[in-house]
Design a binder for this molecule. Structure first.
Ligand SMILES: Nc1ncnc2c1ncn2[C@@H]1O[C@H](COP(=O)(O)OP(=O)(O)OP(=O)(O)O)[C@@H](O)[C@H]1O
Ligand SMILES: [Mg+2]
Length: 255
């Protein structure tokens, strides 16, 4: 395996009496698309929360590009680690159109915090022009051209997911964590999201860690798959081996 971009060691997280993570270890190699699966409540989103600084873990460590980011605040992890994530619930700015959403995403990543996004002076005209160009490119790649003029709130749920995905690519991240990017979207848009992930990975070298319950799609997309079960790692292998692993079949995939 090439150098790990993300290394998680002995990660633990309890919510009250609920052990969401019970000592999880894994690596994600730079340049790979790694799948993360497991039953509802197995700790997948919590793992993302602890890797991105949204939640503080109780024990264990998270290394990003060799830096110990375990106790870093969320903004610093995103900015210095160039690590971004999506949430299960889609978040876009509903009154802005696609280009405005994307330009704002690019500005926010550079100047973390809403207030500084609108600060005068720091955002030069040339920079905004470059952001607009990149936004138009991403609108094209995500197949959103036809609806790009609409306020994002008037786009379909699937289109909003694509826009959210494009927003994450605006600041040119190195590692992207996707939490159920395909939930609730139709087969055509599923295909589009997959193409976007594959192209961002192949053409721009972006590493992905993807939580997804659509296992058929995830197995095709991923180079490797990690399985969580009751807050513990149950398996970590190639998709071919995962679908044949009897423990994984019993705990998650079903007969
Ligand atoms: N903020 C929170 N406060 C309290 N309990 C939480 C919180 N977040 C998660 N949990 C609990 O931690 C456990 C793991 O939840 P998590 O959301 O990580 O699961 P998941 O694998 O992402 O599930 P799903 O596939 O349903 O999204 C669950 O028992 C959940 O109820
Ligand atoms: Mg979840």
């Amino acid at each position: 395996m090439s150098q790990a971009i993300l290394s998680v060691r002995g990660l633990r997280k309890n919510y009250g009496g609920v052990p969401a993570l019970q000592g999880v270890d894994f690596d994600v190699a730079r340049g790979e698309v790694c799948g993360l699966i497991g039953p509802n409540g197995s700790g997948k989103s919590t793992l993302f929360d602890c890797c991105t600084g949204l939640q503080k873990s109780d024990a264990g460590s998270v290394l990003l590009k060799g830096m110990d980011i375990t106790h870093w605040p969320m903004n610093r992890i995103a900015r210095e680690g160039r690590l971004l994530r999506s949430f299960q619930k889609t978040v876009v700015f509903p009154t802005m159109n696609s280009e405005e959403n994307l330009v704002l995403a690019g500005q926010m990543a550079r100047f973390p915090g809403i207030a500084s996004t609108f600060s005068v002076g720091a955002t030069s005209r040339a920079r905004v022009k470059a952001l607009r160009e990149r936004a138009r490119e991403l609108i094209e790649v995500s197949g959103l051209s036809r609806v790009a003029h609409l306020p994002a709130g008037n786009m379909s749920g699937g289109q909003q997911k694509l826009l959210q995905f494009a927003s994450m690519l605006m600041p040119e991240p190195e590692l992207v964590l996707l939490d159920e990017p395909l939930a609730g979207i139709n087969p055509i848009l599923i295909e589009k999201v997959i193409q976007c992930i594959v192209s961002a990975n192949k053409d721009h070298g972006i590493t992905f860690l993807v939580i997804e319950h659509n296992t058929d799609v995830l197995m095709n997309l991923s180079h490797r798959v990690i399985v969580l079960h009751q807050g513990q790692k149950l398996a970590d292998d190639t998709p071919e081996a995962i679908v044949r692993n009897p423990q994984v079949v019993e705990a998650y995939l079903g007969g």
